[in-house]
Design a protein around this ligand. Structure first.
Ligand code: SAM
Length: 172
């Protein structure tokens, strides 16, 4: 069924193109920053594969409750934090507060209510983890006074279905 004038296939294509545009925009904006990258939600490993290409000179630390990615996209064991985000993110934050350059959080589980609640719970932890000027990219709105929203139109992701992806920069 068409929504917003697009078929499901067209909405899927627009979403993945927009995901890539957001990650690339975060890479462009953080080139001068030191720090690791966090991939919160490994899933099939598609965005992990893109992150490790775009951030080839950084550690990409990966969070998920399981490793079920494509065999070509399995992260090194010492870069994986296995378990529920509610345990693993606070534990990693204790080691790297204020030092993370980019967080990509693709955490949706199909339930809008649950995913939005998880996004709200994680937002202050992400703010604490990011370096000033660091970027947060994700599939949930993550609103905080310390985060400046970057409109997707500003990075050319004009085709992205509304309210499906979000980009923020931590204020310096
Ligand atoms: C939408 S998928 C990520 C897709 C991935 N970005 C990709 O390109 O393949 C979301 C992932 O988040 C994980 N996840 C969701 N909620 C979680 C939680 N509370 N703790 C740990 N992992 C969670 C799921 O296991 C799933 O692998």
């Amino acid at each position: 069924m068409k929504k917003g004038g697009k078929t499901r296939l067209e909405r899927f294509i627009a979403r993945v193109v927009g995901q890539r545009t957001c990650i690339d925009a975060a890479a462009q904006r953080t080139g001068a920053l030191a720090g690791n990258v966090w991939e919160v939600g490994l899933g099939n490993g598609r965005t992990y594969d893109h992150l490790r290409d775009r951030f080839a000179d950084r550690n990409v630390i990966v969070f998920d409750r399981q490793v079920m990615a494509h065999p070509d996209c399995i992260p090194p064991a010492d870069m994986v934090r296995l378990g529920d985000f509610r345990d693993t993110i606070p534990a990693e934050l204790a080691r790297s507060a204020g030092e993370v350059a980019v967080i990509h959080a693709d955490i949706g589980n199909g339930s809008v209510t649950e995913s939005r609640a998880l996004g709200r719970w994680l937002t202050p932890l992400f703010v604490h983890a990011l370096a000033p000027g660091g970027c947060l990219v994700g599939d949930q709105p993550m609103e905080d006074p310390a985060l400046e929203p970057i409109p997707l139109a500003d990075i050319g992701a004009t085709d992205m279905p509304a309210d499906t992806y979000f980009l923020y920069r931590k204020r310096a």
